[in-house]
Ligand binder design. Structure first.
Ligand code: DAT
Length: 187
C-alpha cells in the first residue's frame, strides 16, 4: 500500500456510533483476501466474516449459475442475518464483490490487487480452468472490483493495496492495524 495514503478514520456515515470499526476486504478471487483476513483477525481479535462460508452455512445460496460456475447469492437474506453484528462493529468482511452491502456498514474498504501472472498461477493451482479462470483474470485486468468499490463507497475510504508478495502481506497487516488504532483514537 502506498505510504502516502492519508487514511481517514472519521465514521463513514456520521451519527452511527459503533463500538469498533467495520472493515471491508474485497477483490477478485485469489488476490489474498482470506489469507489477510485470517491474520488480521488473529492479530486484532476482530471478527472475520467470510461471506461465501456464511452464505453457505445459512442457506443464503440460490440456484447454481452454470455460466459463471458459482452459486447465486440471496443478498437480502444474507444482509438481514448480518445486520446486528454490523451495527455493533468489530467485523472484517471478506467478499469478492462489494456493491450490494449497505454503505453505512463500513468505515473503510480495502481492495486487494495482484498482477495478472500471479493471479493466473494462484487460480490455476486452485483448480480454476476455462471460462471461470479467464473471467477472473479479466476481472483483475480491468480492475472491476476496484471500480465497483469506488462507485459504491466514498472514494476517501476506499484504498487499493497490492498483495503479491509475503512482504506486502505483512505490510498490509501492519497498515490496517495502524488504521484500526487510529480509528479508536479518533472515535
Ligand atoms: P482469496 O481469499 O482472495 O481468494 P487467498 O487468501 O485464498 O485469496 O489467497 C490465494 C493464494 O495466494 C493462497 O495460496 C495464498 C496466496 N497469497 C495470498 N496473499 C499472498 C501474498 N501477499 N503473497 C504471497 N502469497 C499470497
Amino acid at each position: 500500500m502506498d505510504d502516502s495514503i492519508e487514511m481517514d478514520c472519521a465514521p463513514a456515515v456520521p451519527n452511527i456510533k459503533r463500538e469498533a470499526p467495520n472493515i471491508l476486504i474485497t477483490g477478485t478471487p485469489g488476490v489474498g483476501k482470506s489469507t489477510l483476513c485470517r491474520m488480521l483477525a488473529e492479530t486484532t481479535g476482530m471478527q472475520w466474516l467470510e461471506i461465501s462460508k456464511i452464505a453457505k452455512e445459512n442457506n443464503c445460496l440460490e440456484e447454481y449459475d452454470e455460466v459463471y460456475q458459482c452459486p447465486v447469492l440471496d443478498e437480502d437474506k444474507l444482509m438481514d442475518g448480518m445486520e446486528e453484528a454490523m451495527c455493533q462493529g468489530g467485523n472484517i468482511v471478506d467478499y469478492h464483490s462489494c456493491e450490494f452491502f449497505p454503505e453505512r456498514w463500513f468505515d473503510v474498504v480495502f481492495v486487494l490487487t495482484t498482477d495478472n501472472t500471479t493471479l493466473y498461477d494462484r487460480l490455476t493451482s486452485r483448480g480454476y480452468t476455462g471460462k471461470k479462470l479467464q473471467d477472473n483474470v479479466e476481472c483483475e485486468i480491468f480492475q472491476v472490483i476496484l471500480d465497483e468499490a469506488k462507485n459504491s463507497y466514498k472514494e476517501e475510504i476506499v484504498h487499493e493495496i497490492q498483495s503479491i508478495t509475503p512482504e506486502q502481506l505483512q505490510e498490509n497487516i501492519e497498515k490496517i492495524c495502524l488504521w484500526i488504532q487510529q480509528w479508536f483514537e479518533t472515535n
